[in-house]
Design a protein around this ligand. Sequence first.
Ligand code: SAH
Ligand code: SF4
Ligand code: F3S
Length: 467
Amino acid sequence: MRSVFVDNVQLEKQKEFAAFAGEILAARYAQPPKAYVHTYGCQGNVADSEKIEGMLLQIGYELTEDLSEADLVLYNTCAIREHAEHRVFGNVGALKHYKARKKDMIIALCGCMMQQSQVAEKIKKSYPFVNLVFGTHVVHRLPEFIYRVLCGNKVVCIDENEGVIAEGLPIHRDGSFKAWLPIMYGCNNFCSYCIVPYVRGRERSRRQSDILAEARQIIAAGYKEITLLGQNVNSYGNDLEDGSNFASLLRALDAMEGDFKIRFMTSHPKDCTKELIDTIAASRHISHHLHLPFQSGNDDILKAMNRKYTREKYLELVNYAKSKISDLSLTSDVIVGFPGETYEQFSDTLSLIREVKFTSLFTFIFSPRHGTPAEKMDDPVPAEEKGKWFRELLDVQAEVAAGRTAAMKGKVYRALVEEPGKEAGHLCGRTDANVIIDFEGDESLIGQYVNVKVTDSLTWIVKGELL
Ligand code: SAH
Ligand code: SF4
Ligand code: F3S
């Protein structure tokens, strides 16, 4: 079997490249040059960017959030929907002016969009001022790419393999109390609408020992919340030979001492087991929140989407979970206007939302993706009509959410304080169920757990008093 792990020789070589690149930078700039990194897309991309930033710091860059002072601009892109891609093209186009003013500025593009050959081609043709383009399977080679660019080359590296795992890369975590922890990469599911399996390669799990070691470091550094990441965390371990699965990984993480919570995403309903739900129910640290995308409430659409479960199976799972975890909060992803979907089929999605009573939903209008089966399916419903359905769905979910937040009134919740609130003197926290809670309090509480009594509810968020 092919080893998915990047070997040490390669990783050491990259450290040497980082040192060489660092020497060039030191000779070229009186002050450390500045790197601006912008991330599009999902938390998987955010976690990649934390490694990219780690490597840029290792090379000798300083990070900046001010594009106008950047010596290196890197966009880590997302290909999930057309809109996401348009935004990237627009923003890359705008960089031309920055580069005209600063000739030696390095412009680098990476991530899921770049893993598509037609995009890499378009960049080559239409955006000649871009210095570096690299795909999702070669992120660990960033020091080498930067070195080659600093030597005056244009670098394009889109490796078409099935994906690798590079352990031990430096990580610059963005937050100080919430950490991302990838447990697996890639996706094998090939939902008919989705580009991810084409740009992220096959499913591969990190070793449990590597995950636990990273989790220990995160907790020792004082983080309060760890979110485990994977496109389908429920199939964690299928490719490992040590018999571990996602539930056993969760039990091992839950056994760690400390005041922290564990979240995870995304759970695919087809692989979500009762063992997993029992594990959450019996745990000390795992949030009572399950993000379980159903995509559609209609069996024929689910079949056309290649989701491999039925409405009945989804509801059975949800009802089992609710019976074991009384305060369970469910969130989900939904697609409106899949090719050929009728209004009648769409109304099955509405009825499922009413039945399950989700805390919140991520809702999307179908967007055809290049090379996916759904791209070639007949799609007769006009965009305007889909827009109407979409708004109807938002209204139904708003009604459901308002009911849920209203039921929180008078109760006390433990929340992690995340940031200043919109009003002066207010704070914004998040309950275990992932509901935003606004209350008066001092900014020194940011990053800590507090108890808040809910006094009022708006549709999506609640207001409360710090106890
Ligand atoms: N692995 C996760 C989803 C990752 S993509 C899962 O299977 O649940 C996040 C969400 O984007 C998906 O759940 C889906 O709702 C949406 N999505 C993916 N491809 C899309 C497309 N072509 N058009 C519209 N929405 C899409
Ligand atoms: Fe895409 Fe389906 Fe994989 Fe999720 S499970 S990333 S929707 S192919
Ligand atoms: Fe986008 Fe890639 Fe994530 S396509 S949603 S960044 S896996």
